[in-house]
Design a protein around this ligand. Structure first.
Ligand code: GDP
Length: 522
């Protein structure tokens, strides 16, 4: 019972837990209550109760989150065509579309304070967990030591085994394999359904029905009431004012001078928005990551280096793992560099992903594809680790290095300086800003400040800034797609992918038709 409670609380306390989203304070309160009740219960059966051990640290809960004890389940025997990736797992995801809810196996080796199973080891006195300081000051050697949960510098423990991984891949969300054998993630939404679906007239148009008639050409004055209603509508969908004006202008230009009857006006507006958004969201350059990567690997004979940055908790590590899954499907060997050396549990989270992904690669039967984690623990210089990782990748035949960085607030100057140092020292091929579509226009402020900081703090004549965006939690925004549109419009940076959930297949390509549908939806 004691173990179960500890396990549960440790998972709750873990901010990195993929399955729970319980505020840390509430989790701690729960822990205290559980422990009190447990003590009472134990006293009631007249068992002498010594002081309890503190709960395992956040990071060890994450380590054990990936350390199930069952073997990797057998690969699916479904056999696809030549060159096609084999479908993963033999069963549909269990329990909906969540990332693994690993049963925690509470094992002494991850528990600070000794092996619980060893009765000879006296339990240490229960004392509150000393609050770790997360400020901008540099980390002392002592802190670094205590934060360094990594056993060896590289890779996974040789004896590590994992729970089954089928539920990490949603069969229904798998992408398609092109004729050239490349694996392409699905598009957002269901394009085939939306393309042919009869479009429902949005409410803002029905109120101005009488303006449209084929008997005379529309003037700008005729359009004003429509545009005014449409403006309110788009702003209600989180589209920033500046972008709304641009979209309205393209609609006005498309309609002005036309003789359009009521029945076709909606189609004209849709088409105008689609054309404009196609250029905003999917500029021709910068979105074919696989081709860019192959050009670098073949042309420069070095790994392609990509940095993921953004604020805390937006989904950097999770979506880095999803990108890895996509690359592995394309037979690209990936080295993940654990450069979030700041936050407890970050390295372990990546280690868990690497273990899962390696099991999935085995299921794919891609024996020539490698996936490893490069880590140096905590408290160390992230820029230096990224450099080391890249050298290691080059020496060991990896085609790409994906660099995970610590989450940071856009106004935190010391942390922004350290990110600028990382990008200046490593000159990555792609700097990807990971932002939550969910937070709306706040992400525009984040993105602009990240960009400015990268430029201003790099101390270089030709500073880099953000190259592309990855917008997460699209599955949670319903039709409020405006922030995504605004972010790309304001930064002129393309959306590489959108995250749509918590399995490895929840990485989608943006689909302009779906975005337009969402923007116009009532
Ligand atoms: P990081 O701190 O930026 O590295 O964030 P994490 O990768 O740890 O993700 C934070 C939480 O967001 C985790 O619970 C993830 O499972 C969840 N998450 C990440 N991407 C998505 C997404 O696209 N949709 C949903 N619903 N959750 C996501």
């Amino acid at each position: 019972m004691d173990k179960v409670v500890r396990s549960l609380c440790a998972d709750l306390i873990s901010e990195k837990s993929v399955a729970w989203t319980v505020p840390v304070e509430i989790a701690r309160e729960l822990e205290a209550t559980f422990m009190r009740e447990l003590d009472k219960a134990e006293n009631a059966v007249t068992k002498p109760v010594g002081p309890r051990k503190p709960l395992v640290s956040r990071s060890s809960s994450i380590v054990s989150a990936g350390e199930g004890e069952s073997d990797v389940s057998a690969a699916s025997d479904a056999s696809p065509g030549p060159g096609a990736p084999r479908p993963l797992g033999g069963v549909s995801p269990v329990g909906g579309r969540r990332m693994p809810v690993h049963r925690r196996k509470n094992r002494g080796r991850n528990t600070p304070g000794g092996d619980e199973s060893d009765p000879a080891t006296p339990p240490p006195a229960r004392k509150g967990k000393a609050a770790r300081k997360w400020d901008d000051s540099s980390i002392s050697a002592e802190d670094a030591q205590s934060l360094d949960y990594s056993s060896s510098s590289l890779n996974l423990a040789a004896d590590s085994r994992i729970d089954s991984v089928e539920h990490l891949v949603d069969q229904a969300s798998l992408g398609r394999t092109n004729r050239d054998g490349s694996y392409v993630p699905q598009e957002l939404g269901n394009p085939s359904a939306t393309a042919s679906a009869p479009s429902k007239m949005p409410a803002f148009l029905t109120s101005v029905q009488n303006l449209f008639s084929t008997s005379r050409a529309l003037t700008r004055a005729d359009l004003e009431p429509v545009l005014a209603k449409m403006e309110n509508h788009l702003i209600g969908k989180n589209v920033a004012a500046e972008v709304t004006r641009d979209l309205l202008e393209s609609v006005a230009v498309a309609l002005e001078g036309k003789r359009i009857g009521w029945t076709s006006v909606y189609q004209h507006i849709r088409q105008a928005l689609e054309d404009r958004l196609q250029r905003i969201l999917l500029p021709s350059a910068g979105t074919d990551l696989l081709r860019d990567l192959q050009d670098v690997v073949r042309g420069d004979h070095r790994p392609y280096v990509m940095v993921m940055c953004g604020v805390n908790g937006v989904g950097k590590s999770t979506n880095l793992a999803k990108i890895t899954f996509w690359l592995l499907q394309n037979r690209v060997s990936v080295l993940i560099a654990a450069c979030d050396t700041f936050r407890s549990g970050a390295v372990e989270q990546l280690r868990t992903h690497v273990r899962n992904l390696r099991a999935l690669v085995e299921q794919l039967g891609h024996d020539d594809v490698k996936i490893e984690l490069f880590e140096r623990g905590y408290g160390k210089d992230a820029a230096g680790i990224a450099k080391e990782a890249t050298n290691y990748a080059k020496a060991n035949g990896f085609q790409t290095v994906l660099i995970d960085t610590a989450g940071r607030m856009q106004d935190n100057e010391p942390l922004m300086r350290s990110l600028a140092k990382l990008t200046a020292l490593n000159r990555p091929d792609k700097i990807v800003f990971v932002g939550e579509a969910l937070v709306g226009n706040e992400s525009i402020d984040q993105l602009t400040k990240f960009n400015t900081a990268l430029r201003d703090f790099s101390n270089q004549a030709d500073p880099r800034d953000i190259d592309a965006l990855l917008l997460t939690k699209f599955d949670l925004i319903a039709d409020k797609v405006g922030a995504a549109v605004s972010m790309t419009y304001i930064t002129r940076r393309p959306i590489l992918f959108v995250g749509t959930g918590q399995t490895y297949t929840d990485l989608k390509r943006i689909n302009v038709k779906v975005v337009v549908d969402a923007l116009l939806a009532a």
